[in-house]
Design a protein around this ligand. Structure first.
Ligand SMILES: Nc1ncnc2c1ncn2[C@@H]1O[C@H](COP(=O)(O)OP(=O)(O)OP(=O)(O)O)[C@@H](O)[C@H]1O
Length: 488
């Protein structure tokens, strides 16, 4: 265990590090974060003994750092700093050999069989074996970083101190190096203390993080500590918003630049609609904040294109995502900026309604088929039908919603659709009860994010009522058109 007890120290009598207490457990990955000049490197230098401690103590396995001899210390701690100081033009392998120095015995310090094995092993792991005979000066910054990590690992330390280990690395090599360090931590019990600038990388790799400001640790905790937006804003003086990684249960931080202010635009003059028997394509001049379950563009995004493609009623594609992407490509619609859904109903029966509700412009587009109408509250299992039956709803609003209000809007729009089916007495054929929707309904809510932010869009709000009324009316009309067509 590395124990830092009330440590003060720096470069002169006025200390940079001002009373730090921190215990880093064995086999822990601890990330030290903080803005430039906050004292991260200085703290490292106090830990390694490069700088004298003015007061307090640093204990390594229960013993004070200054008590260790240089060799003893090198077996315990290895340090990877940003400063690449290699005075002679050693080859890559020669540099890594230096890492074995603390383990070599005798006056001649010959490499043992074990030393050679470790050197081969770390060169393999850090993927630098192909450079083993290349002079260090002739490899790139990123490759140098990997060589120095290999040297640090060759030392077989208990604790690895890393000062910005991914400084020169591209994203592939950043993740490769950190994955490797993480693996060492998990498989060999290596303790890692790393100075990191990238908060998102820290959130993904560190077990705990410490936030340093003006030489003081102002917070220590797990990755969720990075969800404290106000604290990050105060420390880094940048407007941040925290979200979550979509697949890893860790926070991710998004920075808002000053130039992010957007010019006001007129909602009704900001879109074009193209409609034919193959597709409906709504294109907005500016991206809208969207929430959707569309085949393409699902989730929460900023998107400009909203498409509803007609497919055959027996459509049965193993990979609808690729299929829709190809369709979008054929019409030169960028799939990466699009919500796309599909329907087997006749697109001529689309209903589009616009209305200002309480001064908030709204537009709703619905295509509806109810052949697969389902009462979701019924217990029977669904048999895959081939009926035309999807209600696709697009709701565009000139308002500014929080993410919570976006979810509210989904609920409101769904309630309105269900009410329309209720009033039209649309039934689930299997149970002969009133249907609540169809088996494959799709919804997109798009917001201009203009005006004051609204935290709610439920049925108790004016904007929620507006969504409800427009979706209800449009759904009813679209279903009636569908019923009329199938009766013909
Ligand atoms: N050799 C030095 N002599 C005197 N003061 C120094 C020296 N090195 C750093 N400092 C000062 O100590 C303070 C902390 O510096 P330090 O390098 O520890 O910050 P840091 O958090 O590692 O910053 P960065 O993120 O920019 O690397 C800064 O105000 C810096 O100017």
């Amino acid at each position: 265990m590395l124990k830092i007890e009330n440590v003060f120290g720096g470069y002169s009598s006025s200390p940079i590090i001002q009373g730090i207490d921190l215990a880093i457990e064995n086999a822990e990955f601890f990330a030290l974060l903080g803005p430039n000049g906050s004292g991260k490197t200085t703290l490292f230098k106090l830990i390694t003994g490069q700088l004298p401690i003015q007061s307090g103590s640093v204990l390594l396995s229960g013993r004070e750092i200054p008590v260790y001899s240089k060799l003893e210390k090198a077996k315990k701690i290895s340090v990877l700093t940003q400063e690449v100081l290699v005075s002679f033009d050693y080859t890559v392998e020669e540099i890594i050999r230096l890492g074995r120095y603390p383990h070599q015995k005798g006056i001649l310090k010959q490499l043992s069989k074990e030393d050679r094995k470790v050197i081969e092993d770390v060169m393999e792991k850090t993927k630098i074996i192909q450079f083993r005979h290349t002079p260090f000066s002739m490899i790139s910054g990123g490759e140098k970083q990997r060589v120095l990590l290999a040297k640090a690992l060759a030392q077989e330390p208990e604790i690895l101190l890393l000062d910005e280990p991914t400084n020169h690395l591209d994203i592939k090599h950043t993740f490769q190096i950190l994955d490797l360090i993480k693996k060492q931590q998990q498989e060999t019990g290596l303790t890692v203390l790393a100075i990191l600038h990238d908060l998102n990388v820290a959130a993904l790799y560190a077990d705990r993080i410490g936030l340093l400001q003006n030489g003081r640790l102002i917070d220590v905790g797990n990755a969720d500590t990075l969800r404290k937006e106000a604290q990050l804003k105060q420390v880094y003086e940048v407007d941040v918003k925290t979200g979550s990684h979509p697949t890893v249960p860790k926070p991710q931080i998004l920075m808002t630049p000053e130039h992010a202010e957007r010019d006001f635009f007129d909602f009704y003059n900001s879109y074009q609609i193209e409609k034919n028997s193959t597709y409906i394509h709504m294109q907005f001049e500016h991206p809208l904040r969207t929430i959707s379950n569309g085949v393409i563009g699902e989730g929460i995004h900023w998107l400009k294109h909203f498409c509803n493609f007609h497919v055959d009623k027996h459509y049965n594609c193993a990979d609808p995502k690729s299929d829709l992407r190809e369709r979008l490509n054929n019409y030169h619609i960028p799939h990466e900026a699009t919500v796309a859904m599909m329907t087997a109903v006749n697109l001529e029966d689309m209903v589009m309604e616009t209305k200002d509700i309480n001064g908030i412009p709204m537009l709703v587009i619905v295509t509806a088929g109810v052949g697969n109408a389902i009462d979701v509250s019924n217990e029977y299992t669904i048999s895959a039908g081939t009926q035309i039956g999807t209600i696709n709803t697009m709701v565009f609003i000139d308002a500014h919603f929080t993410d919570g209000a976006l979810v509210n809007a989904c609920i409101t729009a769904t309630e309105a659709k269900t009410k329309a089916l209720h009033d039209l007495q649309i039934k689930d054929r299997e149970s002969d009860t009133i249907a609540t929707g169809t088996s494959t309904d799709a919804l997109v809510i798009g917001l201009t994010q203009q005006g004051e932010q609204t935290p709610y869009a439920g049925s108790g709000t004016a904007v929620g009522k507006g969504i409800g009324q427009l979706v209800y009316r449009s759904t009813k009309k679209a279903v009636n058109k569908y019923l009329k067509r199938i009766r013909q």
